[in-house]
Design a protein around this ligand. Structure first.
Ligand SMILES: C[S@@+](CC[C@H](N)C(=O)[O-])C[C@H]1O[C@@H](n2cnc3c(N)ncnc32)[C@H](O)[C@@H]1O
Length: 287
């Protein structure tokens, strides 16, 4: 449980609704899930949308990819609050989104009901899902793949993805390239990361970040500290990301049996190179 959940009464409501969502699954299923993901940053969907007001540079990339695929069925894994879904549905996608956070899945559903019938948001884990159909495009956008903390998580995800691919399906992963300058910052220091306006209260919020990187597991444990002028650290949230270097991505994709058609280093499809900030893999089933 996060410090925020303990302190603020409105969070108790959220905590209660979390338990409502849990009632259909065995307790240990959720315990294991939470231990594996540890991402309290994804407990509040509205705040996620407030925080990511600036993230627009990938929208055209995904609609362009959609315009090139052989059909119109799209599966987005870890779809969040539906940030990327909206444009795809508008362009004619028969869209399915899979998301682990119940609060995020609910908000995505709410936002996308307006977009039409060709939308389905499913609560689930990208490490293990079964939808009994194939898709023309399957993708994992905006660093969500980095929440697969171990090789075995990535491989389970690939196994599920493969069951939903046909011979022309494109499977695309978009993640950032780990930057040693960022990973090896002093552990006891905080760094400004972003600012946003709380859409409920209109307050200006500043977010600082600290991180601890374990070079053996390649897992970066991040903490975000939320402050307003009136209240420092009114919320403190955690999340974990596995740092996948390009060599590792190549190894796990190829070892799994995927064929890599493109490795891009940005949303303009420049080939991946040593200076690339992003790694975008466009793969299909191998022979
Ligand atoms: C950085 S957000 C990206 C959300 C959305 N794709 C976007 O572009 O805005 C990462 C998302 O991954 C989800 N997530 C993390 N682990 C997951 C898992 N194992 N299965 C499904 N979703 C997961 C989180 O709940 C969160 O919504």
């Amino acid at each position: 449980m996060t410090r925020e959940t303990v302190i603020f009464p409105e969070k108790r409501k959220k905590f209660y609704s979390l338990f409502q969502h849990l009632r259909n699954k065995p307790f240990f299923y959720h315990l294991k899930n939470n231990l594996n993901t540890r991402n309290s940053i994804y407990n509040d969907a509205r705040r996620y949308d407030d925080i990511h007001w600036w993230k627009k540079n990938d929208l055209d990339f995904w609609t362009n990819i959609f315009s090139e695929i052989s059909g119109n069925t799209v599966l987005e894994l870890a779809c969040g609050t539906g940030r990327l879904a909206f444009n795809l549905v508008r362009e004619g996608a028969d869209y399915t989104g899979l998301e682990i956070s119940p609060d995020f899945a609910d908000l995505a559903k709410k936002k996308l009901t307006k977009a039409g019938n060709a939308v389905s948001i499913i609560s689930g884990d990208m490490r293990n899902f079964k939808l009994n159909k194939t898709f023309d495009l399957i993708f994992i956008g905006f660093n969500s793949f980095l929440h697969l903390l171990k090789d075995k998580d990535a491989i389970s995800c690939f196994e599920s993805v493969k069951k939903h691919m046909h011979e022309n399906t494109r499977f695309i992963i978009d993640i950032f390239t780990p930057n040693p300058l960022f990973l090896y910052r002093p552990e006891d220091s905080r760094f400004p990361v972003l600012e946003y306006t709380n859409s409920k209260t209109d307050e200006h919020v500043c977010v600082e970040e600290s991180n601890i990187y374990d070079r053996d597991t390649e897992i970066n444990e991040l903490t975000w500290y939320f402050s307003t002028k009136k209240k420092k650290d009114f919320a403190v949230e955690h999340f974990s990301m596995r740092m996948y270097f390009p060599s590792k991505m190549n190894q796990i994709l190829i070892d799994f049996g995927f064929k890599i058609f493109h490795q891009w280093g940005d949303y303009y499809r420049t080939d991946l190179n040593e200076g690339s900030k992003l790694q975008i893999y466009d793969v299909q089933l191998g022979n």
